[in-house]
Design a protein around this ligand. Structure first.
Ligand SMILES: [Cu+2]
Length: 135
């Protein structure tokens, strides 16, 4: 019977990968769209409410003519980011150039409060801070 074990392991592996946590494209198509506006010097809204386990399309729009970023190291580390969007996040930050927009699809992480801010020089001091509350 021992010769069957590798086969059983293979079946288990295939089953696990097809039933894994990463949702199919359908789940992303149904993602809730949420626009997050960046400007000099605020996030709108600055108090972002998400539901745990729900897929979102976070649509970051920079309405100013200067670059800003949306930094939430812990939030992005905990969230499940759509593979195609992972490159848009660098060191927990989404950089959005002046007049540009960036979409990041993700599944909201565990409930909690996650701080966000713009890391550009002095921008958080001027008011570019906020939080994401996951319920
Ligand atoms: Cu900024």
């Amino acid at each position: 019977m021992s010769h069957l074990r590798p086969f059983a392991a293979l079946v288990a592996l295939i089953f696990m990968s097809s039933a894994g946590a990463q949702p199919g494209s359908d789940a992303w198509a149904n993602a809730r769209s949420l626009t997050l506006q960046l400007s000099s010097f605020k996030f709108e809204p600055s108090d972002i409410r998400l539901e745990h386990g729900v897929p979102y399309d976070l649509h970051f729009v920079n309405t100013s003519s200067h670059g800003h970023d949306f930094a939430g190291k812990e939030f992005f580390a905990q969230a499940q980011i759509r593979p195609e969007d992972r490159a848009k996040i660098n060191k927990g930050r989404v950089e959005v150039g002046g007049g540009e927009s960036v979409d990041v699809h993700l599944i909201a992480p565990s409930p909690g409060s996650y701080k966000v801010r713009c890391t550009h020089f002095m921008h958080s001091a001027f008011g570019m801070t906020g939080r994401i509350v996951v319920q």
